[in-house]
Design a protein around this ligand. Structure first.
Ligand code: NAD
Ligand code: TYD
Length: 657
């Protein structure tokens, strides 16, 4: 089939050329005004007849909205009369016209209410009016046609986009950009890919009509420019938000219209990318990003990598809390999606839609005590959830021409999968190894053995059994299908935003409310503690530099008996609250031990130190001080999550202990 593309040197024309160069079953003829003047009806007819054209894609138009106000006659000639020429010519050849129109055919709709295809046009300027006339000319001619109305397009071929890039890369000290007008910058290549796909699969037949297309999402021009500046690495130009009144336009619209894309999605079964996706060098899903560790990982990635799109996928169970991410929720490179990792179809949809390059998987049921009461939920989320995510990634990545090239599935696990170590030195010996996280005052190891990456798995609790099982599945996907996977096993984390069912935030909160501090058994069990931000830093390093198929242990060489760390917490809280030393010691209450309570965990993280040069940033004394201060300074955060459901949980867990 022969296809004529007009306006071939414009944005969309160039993008369609890219598509055809990747391979097509059709023969494309790309023309610009020098080769074919579409305002000349005879020339158009001849071109269509002589070349036996079956399909025209009309990308030519008078597109300067402001100039059109002073040049209405020519705008009408190009945007309407010429469209009629194309329609008549292709109709004579029994072909189809694909025509590109605009959201400027709307203009008087309420702010941010998506416009549907069957809504009446309400242009407020010459450009929108002439484009609407073009659509009407097509309808009047009776030609077979598809009209794609699109939002503001940008691409490397776009004049406005290039202009913005140039001002950003020049030495201009300031750039004022409108913040109170929103719209959806739409990557021209995304629209071109969609049209190309519809043509290649002959889906334009039997699907005539008007379709709305734009990328997903809405942003202000200020947001958009900021993002380009970040990607261009420009930190010298001061981009200032300004009110639209400062840039009076001849065409006034309440706001840029938002297009309702339901029809194109349902008719052609397409996924529409977010406006940020095309600007990104890497699209990453972080699961469980609203939880304790996940929120620190999301924050680190969103702030550190403005050119990545970070998609936080979280079910928001009791442990997930969007308040953990309030400081970054409006960043343009961040998206939150509420979804369950066990929902395979949804995971596949998200991975496809966002063309995901990497998955950092933290979503899990994470509390040992809960797993003892309800093991099924742990098997479901931790085992089946991980499996559904793995399979969704596999299906998508294997469908790509590059397959697993440049992809990564990074699974976050725990030291608890290794089982328990002996407490061979109950009084403690000088620790044979250190990291910067090791306590300077209390430098003990409670045994000579440590968990290595090669230590055999031997989980005891339903929690650790479910995590072990998920780790095995991740490794199996590498060994069986060649998926690039990494697993890391970390020791106990502490720091801000931890749900107060875990030892440290629970005890800080109880001291504040003068409630008993329930110490399990004799308080002799040993854990290795790492400040959560240092875990997040390790995850960043390993995601980027770690070797595929490897396991890395992450820990602080910072072992504490529960009772000793509890005393540090009590001392710190009392001091910061202005209580006399020892004031809260009386709250210590020994309670029935946890069933199957593992005696000692101690991670050997020397492989990570040696191979990737990771060192924690905070020594324990500094970390615990920061942590206690944070909980005392953020009591509203704590109070919000410790009402209702939490009280029931607390009673259930501790009443009869
Ligand atoms: P957390 O309980 O604070 O957060 C878990 C998050 O997962 C929550 O936001 C929750 O809403 C989400 N989630 C749960 N089920 C989900 C589902 N089906 N679909 C989507 N989201 C779901 O946990 P955390 O302490 O931040 O731990 C994060 C990860 O790190 C876990 O995989 C855990 O096993 C591992 N880990 C934790 C520690 C630790 O000390 N906290 C240590 C080593 C490893
Ligand atoms: P926790 O924070 O639940 O983490 P994990 O079980 O994953 O190590 O518990 C840390 C240690 O503190 C563990 O040995 C159990 C003990 N613990 C108590 O003594 N009392 C409590 O109320 C809690 C929650 C834990």
């Amino acid at each position: 089939m022969k296809i004529l593309v007009t306006g071939a040197n414009g944005q969309l024309g160039n993008c369609l050329r890219n598509c055809s160069e990747r391979g097509s079953k059709d023969n494309y003829i790309f023309t610009d005004v020098a080769e074919l003047d579409i305002t000349n009806a005879e020339a158009v007819k001849r071109m269509v007849k002589d070349n036996d054209i079956e399909l025209i894609i009309n990308c030519a138009a008078y597109t300067n909205v402001d100039k059109a106000e002073d040049d209405a006659e020519f705008a009408e000639t190009l945007n309407s009369d010429a469209v009629r020429n194309l329609a008549e010519a292709i109709k004579d050849n029994d072909g189809t016209l694909i025509h590109i129109s605009t959201d400027y055919v709307f203009g008087k709709e309420p702010y941010n209410v998506p416009c549907r295809e069957d809504q009446k046009g309400t242009p407020t300027g010459v450009y929108g009016m002439t484009k609407l006339h073009g659509e009407q000319a097509i309808a009047a001619s009776g030609v077979k046609s598809l009209i794609f109305r699109t939002a503001w397009l940008y691409s490397e071929y776009g004049k406005n986009f290039v202009k913005t890039m140039l001002s950003l890369t020049s030495t201009k000290p300031t750039l004022k950009v409108v913040f109170d007008q929103t719209g959806t910058p739409t990557y021209a290549q995304d629209l071109a890919d969609t049209i190309f796909d519809i043509i290649e699969n002959r889906r334009y037949k039997d699907n005539e009509g008007i379709y709305h297309y734009s990328n997903e999402g809405v942003c202000s021009w200020y947001d958009f420019t900021k993002m380009i500046a970040e990607i261009a690495g420009n930190d010298t130009c001061d981009i200032q938000p300004c009110h639209s009144d400062e840039f009076p336009s001849k065409v006034t619209r309440p706001s840029y219209s938002v297009l309702d894309k339901t029809k194109i999605k349902e008719t052609f079964g397409i996924k529409v990318p977010y406006w940020t996706d095309s600007l990104k060098t890497c699209n990453i899903i972080i699961t469980g990003g609203a939880g304790f560790i996940g929120s620190h990982v999301v924050r680190l990635f969103v702030n550190k990598y403005p050119d990545y799109h970070i998609i936080n996928v979280d079910k928001l169970t009791y442990a997930g809390n969007l308040a953990n991410l309030a400081d970054i929720e409006n960043k343009p490179n961040y998206t939150f999606i509420k979804a369950d990792i066990c929902d395979f179809d949804r995971m596949l949809e998200l991975i496809r839609q966002h063309n995901i390059d990497g998955i950092i998987h933290l979503a899990a049921e994470s509390h040992v005590d809960r797993s003892i009461k309800d093991p099924f939920t742990f098997a479901k989320t931790n085992v089946m959830g991980t499996l559904s995510l793995l399979q969704a990634a596999k299906v998508h990545w294997e469908s790509l021409p590059e397959k697993y090239e440049g992809k990564k599935f990074y699974h976050i696990s725990t030291d608890e999968v290794y089982g328990a170590l002996e407490l061979t030195n109950p009084e403690g010996i000088e620790s044979p190894f250190t990291t910067t996280a090791s306590s300077k005052e209390h430098h003990h190891a409670y045994g000579s053995e440590f968990f290595l990456e090669t230590t055999k798995y031997n989980p005891h609790s339903p929690y650790s059994a479910s995590k072990a099982s998920s780790d095995h599945f991740v490794r199996a996907y590498h060994d069986t299908y060649g998926m690039p996977t990494i697993v890391t096993n970390c020791s106990n984390n502490y720091g801000p935003y931890q749900f107060p069912e875990k030892l440290i935030p629970l005890f800080i909160n109880n001291i504040r409310h003068r409630k008993p501090l329930p110490v399990y058994g004799k308080g002799e069990n040993v854990r290795d503690w790492l400040y959560v931000v240092d875990h997040a830093r390790a995850i960043d390093l390993i995601f980027h530099k770690g070797n595929v198929a490897e396991t890395y242990n992450i820990g602080g060489f910072n072992e504490w008996k529960n009772i000793d760390i509890i005393k540090v917490v009590i001392r710190t809280v009392d001091r910061l609250l202005g209580n006399p030393e020892g004031h809260s010691d009386e709250l210590i209450t020994y309670v029935t031990d946890r069933a199957g309570h593992d005696l000692r965990y101690a991670i050997d993280s020397r492989k990570l130190q040696k191979e990737l040069g990771w060192e924690p940033s905070l020594q324990f004394e500094e970390g615990i001080e920061k942590t206690v201060r944070w909980y005392l300074d953020n009591q509203a955060w704590m109070d919000n999550i410790t009402s209702g459901e939490y009280e029931r949980y607390y009673d259930d867990m501790y009443k009869n202990r």
